[in-house]
Design a protein around this ligand. Structure first.
Ligand SMILES: C[S@@+](CC[C@H](N)C(=O)[O-])C[C@H]1O[C@@H](n2cnc3c(N)ncnc32)[C@H](O)[C@@H]1O
Length: 291
């Protein structure tokens, strides 16, 4: 767990971010490959985030941890030609794909910048609103990054933000970790470790927002359904997109690796419909808050 204040802690934080940057750079290709499937499930959540952020035409908006440009591109459409969006992310390859997607969509009011969420190189009070989809739980210090977002927002401006729920509520992510632990002996990260399922308990996001100085915090649960044509396709997706798990498994003997993926397919198959289609319902928390 990264906490504390001293010099070694600062070095740990820097090392953690370097690792994050490398991991996400590797993941970028996989995210691009699975993008359409992902966005199919995530569209409803993005709508809620945009509404929670109070986006209106003409606004200047920050989209932090923009990844391949979401929900930044949606926001760019909403703010129109008089508005501007800055999509910020740690991983350059993610931003390159985001730029490609913006160009394909002929959106010229969005630009992208390489930045760390805990240290935004942006002027104070420069934005009318911010969006932050699936980012806070990945930060080594979520409250510090939310404080940074508040710093660059004008007083009274709104943030729309989301995190995943707990492992039990997010089978699409958690199932692979459970099987890897049971079959491959790969321990799941201890609670508090930065990662997708780290801020999923009810109330956690609200507390972090309040600790960062936001007010008027309102949070709701939103269902995100991830659909796959089959259990095999879900495994293919997981092998491709779960960089950390794949790297851990790569250090295991071939038999263990094969065993984990086979068992994951079997378990996912149990959840599939009679047609073979797999529709995994997952909980997200979506909050709106005022700077
Ligand atoms: C789960 S993806 C979400 C991307 C996008 N917002 C979406 O919802 O599709 C997380 C993104 O956060 C970025 N990220 C992770 N840690 C970061 C940090 N400390 N500062 C800035 N970006 C970070 C990653 O590079 C990745 O693109």
């Amino acid at each position: 767990m990264l906490d504390g204040m001293g010099q070694s802690s600062a070095a740990e934080h820097a090392e953690y971010r370097t690792r994050q940057r490398e991991q996400w750079a590797i993941s970028a290709q996989a995210w691009k490959r699975w993008w359409a499937r992902f966005e199919e499930g995530a569209g409803a959540l993005s709508k809620r985030i945009v509404s929670a952020a109070g986006i209106e035409p003409g606004m200047r908006v920050l989209d932090l941890c923009t990844g391949l440009g979401e929900p930044g591109l949606r926001v760019a459409r909403a703010v129109g030609s008089a508005g501007r969006v800055v999509g910020a992310d740690l991983a350059r390859p993610m931003l390159e794909f985001a730029r490609e997607r913006a160009a394909e969509a002929r959106l010229s009011n969005i630009s992208f910048a390489e930045m760390e969420g805990e240290h935004l190189g942006l002027a104070a009070q420069a934005f009318d609103a911010a969006t932050f989809r699936w980012g806070p739980m990945l930060m080594d210090d979520p409250v510090a990054s939310l404080r940074e977002v508040r710093r660059v927002l004008k007083p009274g401006a709104r943030l729309g933000v989301s995190v995943w729920g707990t492992g039990k509520e997010v089978p699409f992510i958690a199932l692979a970790g459970i099987v890897a632990e049971e079959i491959g002996g790969i321990a799941r990260p201890p609670p508090g470790t930065p990662g997708p399922l780290r801020m999923g308990r009810a109330g956690e996001l609200e507390t972090a927002l309040a600790d960062a100085g936001f007010t008027d915090v309102r949070c709701e649960a939103v269902e995100v359904v991830m659909s796959f044509t089959s259990a095999a396709q879900y495994v293919e997706f997981t092998r491709d997109a779960s960089t950390t798990l794949r790297q851990k498994l790569d250090q295991q003997p071939e038999a263990v690796r094969t065993g984990v993926w086979k068992e994951l397919e079997r378990r996912a198959g149990e959840l599939a419909e009679t047609s073979g289609e797999l529709r995994l319902s997952n909980r997200c928390w979506c909050a709106g808050a005022r700077a």
